[in-house]
Ligand binder design. Structure first.
Ligand code: SF4
Length: 763
């Protein structure tokens, strides 16, 4: 007998979902609203009548199935059990019947069957309660009584329709668990530090913990985290999410799973997620049946498309997903989302887990206790998460809406209300001759107006769904929805930031510290491992990434590379402070010129474009260089970036590139061997002083008494570690790193030098 767990909802949707896909106006807030409306209806029932768990073991042919789910409401009418499913909708309620949506009814009938079977009832009443998405007092209930025999026949037919699919899944699960049992490390020896990384990751995964690991370059951290996580998988429902900030990280993780497949015969299906705009196979991403043929009959075509790919592909990624999607004429983006449910590991960007707009509710709104998060390059997560939880109301958005929906009086009126509030803020800033102001509390009346405006817009879009709306208009609508969404997370780690923008003001809800939202998500999963070569100082990252210093483990591993391979030199005689830059630019050019006299390829890092330009001009004016001189521009196309990096290939001899710290050339690029012989870093990497940074500094002062450290010094030093880390990528690499700046003589900076920099020389 083959054992298999299935959720009632998954079963019903897989077999009975039908119709076209229409994502054009869908926003995740609609789903949140659905949850709220569920709770609104459930409120009038007793605690024991809501979210009633049902589970049954059923033998069907060669399967031992465990089917389970939660009934929205379960009551009794004169001893007759009554299963109620709640569904929110924007359709007119008088048009809806019990079987208007086959998947909804199927889900309720499966619950009724499971309940009747376990409790020996001869019949069950099944109801669907529809609730109007825009008016919670508008509801409709439709009911029917089903005999147990009817429910049994229905259930068996449903399972029969699912049989091919469950056969594929169950065969896969058996092979998967067997392959994990036999899985060996794919190399004869570990890299230096790698076995420690494996032991720590293993302890996090098997002990259901959160762990923060600073794992320097060269340890082999991708394999060093994936391998022990796989070995820690003890049941077939467990899943790994490998999260990265950059495409290159996704590629390395994918290759690591492929290596384990090839060398160790691992059976573990992986899905590498691609963003919608990139995987869309149309010229324009307009996701509704009038524009996109791949939405047509999506749900009927999905089942054969899933069966087709899952029998033969273990490494799901862009190429094969698009190819199968084309073969079955379905949207590749939604196809990949459906495939994720049947993938053992999902390799994706941070936003699929942490961004409130796009996180994968199908995993993280239900029971996520079987998921392990491997969070690569975790030093990036603070900035990324702050951006995910920051949203603005701009006059531009409101004007866009006002000008597009001219014929709607109420929309015009509400748009004017929002605009006039922004204008008042603007006048207040002017009156006080200030550029910005902050507030601790949200402007509830402004948000109320925005809520009313977006509700009306949502109805308007629904009513005019065949009309063409410009991208700018749709984006404005979505941005306003985002403001409302972010306002729901508002707490003491956020601030309202109002600033001048042209002749108006912008109202922004800014996240200063995303620790709570990250914590909430990582609390839901089985275990989380945050790791990076520059997760340092580790206490800072624990504070801003939702860890708890007293509970979560913190590991700092040593660099596997020989110290003497990096010639680390620190010049503390030149001031790089803002006021001194003009006066010291020629000294810096001189040092750069001295560094690059030796044949090779070099990068010179600056904290800002302005500083880069200053020294670049001086250098090109006063020094002759026989190699190629490159400069990073403020914006560069993909082709321009590739061309820049092309100068650092093995065939080129002498190159120097002037670049900015924390920019596109300072991390995520492997300059192996003689692709890079050295770097110079000008200054201590401090982010630019500005109003916002100072707000951040005040916040961190109040919170941890570490304002300057958390807002300036640590983020800056992380960029320096990244830049120096470009030089030595393998144990055979050798090179030089020159740090320039008088502040490196100060304790607060040189105390941050990691252990493997202890050999540095002063110049
Ligand atoms: S193929 Fe493109 S346009 Fe069509 S539904 Fe998918 S993402 Fe949208």
């Amino acid at each position: 007998m083959k054992k298999l767990n299935i959720s009632a909802r998954e079963l019903a949707e897989f077999v009975y979902n039908e119709g076209d896909l229409n994502l054009r106006f869908i926003d995740k807030r609609v789903l949140q609203e659905g949850i709220r409306l569920h709770q609104y209806i459930q409120k009038s029932y007793k605690k024991e009548e809501i979210e009633v768990f049902v589970k049954s073991n059923i033998r069907f042919k060669t399967f031992d199935l465990t089917i389970q789910g939660r009934i929205d409401i379960l009551t009794y009418n004169d001893n007759l059990p009554h299963v109620i499913e709640i569904k929110s909708t924007s359709m007119p309620l008088d048009e809806l019947e019990i079987d208007s949506n086959r998947a909804y009814l199927a889900q309720a009938k499966i619950y009724a069957y499971l309940f009747a079977k376990t409790n020996n009832y001869k019949q069950v009443m099944v109801s669907i309660t529809y609730i109007n998405r825009h008016n919670e007092s508008d509801t409709k209930r439709v009911s029917r009584i089903f005999l147990y025999e009817e429910l049994t026949t229905f259930f068996e037919n449903t399972i029969q329709a699912y049989l091919t699919f469950i056969t594929i899944i169950s065969d896969w699960q058996d092979n998967k668990m067997e392959s994990i049992k036999n899985l060996e490390f794919p190399y004869e020896r570990y890299r230096k530090g790698q076995s420690e990384l494996i032991d720590h990751t293993s302890s996090a995964v098997t002990g259901n913990k959160k762990m923060f690991i600073c794992a320097p370059t060269g340890i082999g951290k991708t394999l060093g985290t994936i391998y022990p996580t796989l070995k820690g998988v003890t049941n077939s429902n467990e899943r790994i999410f490998y999260l990265t900030a950059k495409t290159v990280g996704k590629q390395v993780a994918r290759e690591t799973f492929s290596l384990l497949r090839e060398k160790e015969d691992l059976k573990f299906r992986t899905l590498t997620m691609t963003a919608k705009e990139k995987i869309c196979i149309n010229d324009e991403c307009k996701c509704d049946p009038t524009h996109c043929v791949y939405t047509k009959n999506f749900y009927q075509k999905l089942k054969p498309a899933m069966e087709d790919i899952l029998v033969s592909v273990e490494d799901l990624y862009y190429d094969n997903i698009v190819s199968y999607a084309k073969r079955h004429e379905i949207c590749p983006f939604e196809y990949q989302l459906s495939l994720s449910m049947y993938s053992d590991a999902v390799i994706c960007d941070y936003n699929y887990v942490f961004d409130p707009r796009v996180y994968l509710r199908r995993f993280f709104d239900v029971n996520a206790s079987q998921i392990t998060l491997l969070i690569d390059e975790a030093h990036n997560l603070y900035d990324r998460a702050c951006n995910m939880y920051t949203a603005s109301i701009r006059a531009y958005y409101i004007m866009m809406i006002k000008n597009q929906v001219m014929d709607h009086e109420k929309i015009q009126e509400l748009s004017s209300t929002v605009l006039s509030t922004l204008k008042q803020y603007h006048e207040n800033l002017n009156r006080n001759s200030i550029n910005f102001q902050t507030m601790q509390d949200l402007d509830e009346s402004l948000l109320k107006a925005v809520k009313q405006l977006t509700d009306l817009l949502s109805d308007y879009l629904e009513e005019n769904k065949d009309e063409e709306f410009s991208e700018a208009f749709m984006n404005s609508y979505f941005e306003l929805l985002n403001v409302l969404r972010i306002s729901e997370y508002y707490n003491q780690d956020f601030i309202v930031y109002i600033e001048q923008y042209r002749d108006n003001s912008t109202y922004t809800i800014r996240c200063l510290n995303p620790k709570e939202v990250i914590k909430q998500m990582t609390d839901r999963v089985k275990s989380s491992v945050f790791f990076s070569a520059t997760l340092y100082p580790i206490n800072y990252y624990i504070d801003v990434l939702g860890g708890q210093a007293s509970e979560d483990e913190q590991i700092v591993l040593e660099s596997p590379f020989k110290q003497e391979h990096l010639n680390l030199v620190v010049n503390t005689s030149i001031s790089t402070k803002y006021r001194d830059r003009e006066g010291t630019k020629n000294q810096i050019s001189f040092l750069v010129n001295h560094l690059i006299r030796k044949d090779g390829k070099y990068l010179v890092f600056f904290p800002s474009y302005a500083y880069l330009e200053l020294v670049f001009d001086d250098f090109t004016k006063h020094h002759e260089y026989e190699g190629t001189i490159l400069k990073q521009e403020r914006s560069m196309t993909l082709k321009e970036r590739e061309s820049f990096l092309g100068h650092f290939d093995h065939s080129k001899r002498n190159v120097v590139g002037f670049v900015v710290l924390g920019g596109i050339f300072s991390e995520g690029i492997d300059f192996i061997g003689d692709r890079l012989n050295g770097v110079a870093i000008v200054g201590v990497g401090l982010p630019q002083y500005n109003d916002y940074r100072n707000v951040l500094k005040r916040y961190f002062d109040e919170k941890y008494n570490k304002g300057f450290l958390y807002a300036y010094i640590y983020p800056g030093f992380s960029r320096i570690l990244q830049a120096v880390g470009r030089v030595i990528r393998t144990e055979d690499d050798v090179g030089v790193a020159l740090l320039i700046g008088s502040r490196f003589a100060q304790k607060q900076y040189n105390h941050l030098f990691p252990k493997h920099w202890s050999h540095y020389k002063k110049m």
